[in-house]
Design a protein around this ligand. Structure first.
Ligand code: FNR
Length: 341
């Protein structure tokens, strides 16, 4: 099977396996405030993301690695959506294009469609410093995501089996490239132990990319005969992972993994996230309902955020962690067992 076919498989299986909604956001309930003393017009939904310079609290997370014509079209669509809505966008892994120059068009289309937008490049933690420089240059990236995907690799028959030295490579890249580096998971979340290790490096941000949305163990199991079922329920749910990472990492924390609507986004901010990424749910709208609907949905997300902030009495996103909320169920249990009381 070619790399292009594998990438198209990922898109098809991401759509068919869907989002599991096991991210534990349902265990959070706001405490209503009947006297919020703010106006919708007072609200500012611009996040505080420092060097990442994001204008919207929402971004399109990495999805389309090298995969020929179809992924080029999808990347073009997502780039136009990002331009029209003013949101940042990450491209999928650029490693294929670093190895095969004919794949470069899959990515250059993104900068062409959105010349002034905030774009994140993307590579795996096997990348060298030179590959990081080249990936940034390829799309004039404003930041570089480095993804960690141990569970996906282990579940892939042809995947990596050696994960040594990743932290050292990340550290070297973060020290030597000119743009901020974001280290992200790919749907299995990050613990406070992982965040503590990353804190020592010069990275600017962690994207927790937690469990409960797109599930790459399930996607890869669809592609293999002997299934590794034990990885399908493996990761740290996104809500729990935000708390884990916040406790050990004092720079920017991005939240992703099963984010579906404005309520999930508000809850991620309540737990301390600085911005929120969506992959699977944007992919579904893009593929099934098209570009216009995705633009309309993102505009509607922005409006819904403003409405909910008003009801909670929050003028800025950074006011949200101060809003009273109740945490129940499995999330409360998880946080208590991990000592986050
Ligand atoms: C991804 N994701 C991903 N991440 C990454 O860093 N590099 C990549 O190339 C890809 N490729 C990719 C393809 C497809 C089809 C999907 C759906 C996702 C992972 C993505 O960025 C995100 O971390 C997870 O999907 C969890 O978020 P959602 O999908 O639950 O919102």
């Amino acid at each position: 099977m070619s790399r292009a076919e594998r990438k198209m498989d990922h898109i098809q299986y991401a759509l068919s396996t869907g989002q599991s909604s096991k991210n534990m956001f349902d265990d959070i309930r706001f405490v209503h405030q009947a006297l919020p003393d703010v106006a919708v017009s007072d609200n500012c939904i611009k996040p505080e993301t420092g060097d990442l310079k994001m204008k919207s609290p929402v971004f399109i997370n990495a999805m389309t690695g090298g995969g020929g014509h179809d992924t080029q079209q999808l990347n073009g669509l997502l780039a136009r959506v990002a331009r029209e809505t003013g949101i940042a966008m990450a491209v999928g892994s650029q490693m294929a294009a670093l190895k095969d120059a004919s794949e470069r068009r899959t990515y250059s289309v993104v900068r062409k469609e959105n010349p002034n937008g905030i774009l994140f490049g993307n590579l795996g933690s096997e990348a060298t410093v030179q590959q990081a420089h080249d990936a940034i240059e390829m799309i004039e990236a404003d930041a570089l995501q480095i993804h960690l995907n141990v569970i996906q690799e282990l579940t892939m028959p042809e995947g990596d089996r050696d994960f040594r030295g990743a932290l050292e490579r990340i550290q070297a890249i973060a020290e030597q490239v000119k743009v901020p580096v974001i280290v992200k998971e790919t749907g299995f979340g990050m613990s406070r132990e992982t965040a503590g290790k990353l804190k020592q490096s010069a990275i600017a941000a962690i994207d927790v990319s937690g469990f409960g949305g797109t599930n790459f163990a399930q996607i890869e199991n669809e592609r293999r005969r002997k299934k590794l079922a034990y990885f399908e329920d493996w990761g740290i749910p996104t809500a729990a992972s935000i708390v884990e990472v916040k406790s050990a990492f004092d720079k920017i924390v991005l939240a992703s993994g099963g984010i579906q609507d404005a309520q999930d986004i508000i809850k991620a901010f309540l737990l301390g996230a600085d911005a929120v990424g969506l992959a699977g749910s944007f992919l579904k709208t893009a593929m099934q309902q098209g570009e216009k609907q995705l633009i309309a949905d993102i505009e509607s997300l922005h409006e819904d955020l403003s409405m909910m902030m008003t009801a909670l009495g929050a003028k800025k996103l950074i006011d949200l962690p101060k809003c009273p909320a109740i945490i129940t169920g499995e999330l409360a249990q998880y946080l208590s067992m991990r000592g986050f009381d």
